[in-house]
Design a protein around this ligand. Structure first.
Ligand SMILES: [Zn+2]
Length: 378
């Protein structure tokens, strides 16, 4: 395991959403070649002969990251956009990184090393395999995919920081990219910049940020600063060993801070879906013997409240078993869009509920297994 894996942001975990990796077919490989051909025709490849300082930055980055250089770097003439991107095909062993002329002009060599490291990380962590928010089947799937995409940026920023060698180079690059301005206009006072985050914290209005694939630059400045104070960073990259908090604690703080800007819609929706699946799963267990007994009703009230029990009882009066099992299928299909950790939670909660129910334990266990099959757990 490389140190890059050790510093990966813990919410940047695709296993929460995908279990299979796309297999590359011939069509995609030929697409890769045609993409490379387009780049070679329209952009200029970075070499020490043509762009010596840029080539030196590339070398510095690979020395600091201690990984192999399987990349081709290009410059594309674009004075409007401060951009860099990494393009690679799934499972490909190489990638192309393209920088616009504007980003190169704006940043110093050191700052550019942060950008190079950030893009290299997208390939290293295979972020291009993540679920595409634009292909989501429903809003909850889309919001979870966007959340994962933002998490990927936090990991990549850390690698950018290691590639640049200094926190300051990385933060300077971020502030320049965020403002689009060069040094002559900026005093690099990050605390002043982060005051904006405090202003946002005091506001309760919704914003469109939840639909962004990238976290706000405010979160990114804060996340990198906190990362530099972690025990892990201090131990691996400095000889000081003075970290205040573990990386895991810092990752939780970052996750909370991102929510200040995106709002809580994702968290609230995920919880509603989880609660619904637990309740209907529990009801399913109660109804295995086709009666909702007094003992089961009491346990149901204890767990889900009296109001939920009453509405279930009135529903059972007017509906047939097919309707109940239809609902269960519907709610478990919905729960398929949740992160795997939430799906495990659903099963755990149903199991613990079932422990208090009198009934044929063997039948109960096998039904719980059937419910697991409706999720992505089996
Ligand atoms: Zn990125």
């Amino acid at each position: 395991m490389s140190v890059l894996d050790q510093i990966r942001y813990k919410y940047d975990d695709p296993k929460e959403f995908t279990s299979t990796i796309e297999i590359v077919d011939k069509e995609k490989l030929s697409l890769k070649e045609s993409h490379l051909k387009t780049l070679l025709s329209s952009s200029i490849q970075i070499s020490k002969e043509l762009f010596p300082t840029l080539a030196e930055s590339v070398d510095n980055v690979f020395q600091r990251l201690k990984i192999e250089n399987k990349f081709t770097f290009f410059i594309t003439a674009n004075h409007m956009e401060t951009q860099a991107y990494c393009s690679s095909m799934p499972q490909s062993d190489s990638a192309e990184i393209v920088l616009t002329s504007k980003i190169v002009e704006l940043l110093t060599a050191n700052e550019l090393e942060y950008v190079l490291g950030h893009e290299i990380a997208h390939f290293y962590f295979q972020h291009s395999l993540y679920p595409n928010p634009n292909e989501a089947k429903n809003r909850i799937q889309q919001l979870n995919a966007l959340d994962l995409s933002r998490a990927a940026e936090i990991s990549s920023d850390r690698v950018g920081f290691i590639a640049a060698g200094h926190l300051d180079h990385s933060l300077r690059a971020i502030l320049k990219i965020a403002s689009g301005l060069g040094e002559k206009h900026i005093q690099f006072d990050y605390e002043k910049y982060l005051d904006q985050l405090k202003q946002i914290e005091s506001m309760n209005t919704r914003s469109g940020e939840i639909l962004n694939t990238h976290p706000s630059f405010l979160n990114r400045v804060q996340a990198l600063t906190w990362f530099s104070e972690s025990k892990e960073y201090q131990k691996i990259f400095t000889d000081k060993n003075q970290g205040k908090h573990s990386l895991s604690t810092i990752d939780d703080k970052i996750n909370e801070s991102i929510k200040t800007i995106t709002g809580k819609e994702l968290e609230v929706s995920n919880k509603e879906i989880l609660d619904r699946a637990v309740m209907w799963g529990a009801l399913h267990i109660c109804l295995l013997d086709k009666v909702f007994s007094k003992q089961e009703q009491a346990k149901f009230t204890e767990k889900f409240g009296d109001k939920a029990k009453m509405s279930i009882i009135s529903l059972l009066k007017i509906s047939n078993p097919a309707l109940v099992s239809g609902r269960i299928k519907e709610y478990f299909a919905e729960a398929n869009s949740l992160p795997i950790r939430d799906q495990h939670k659903i099963v755990e909660e149903i199991k613990s509920f079932a422990n208090h129910i009198n009934g044929n334990q063997e039948q109960i266990n096998s039904e719980i297994q059937n419910l697991e099959k409706l999720l992505r757990l089996k």
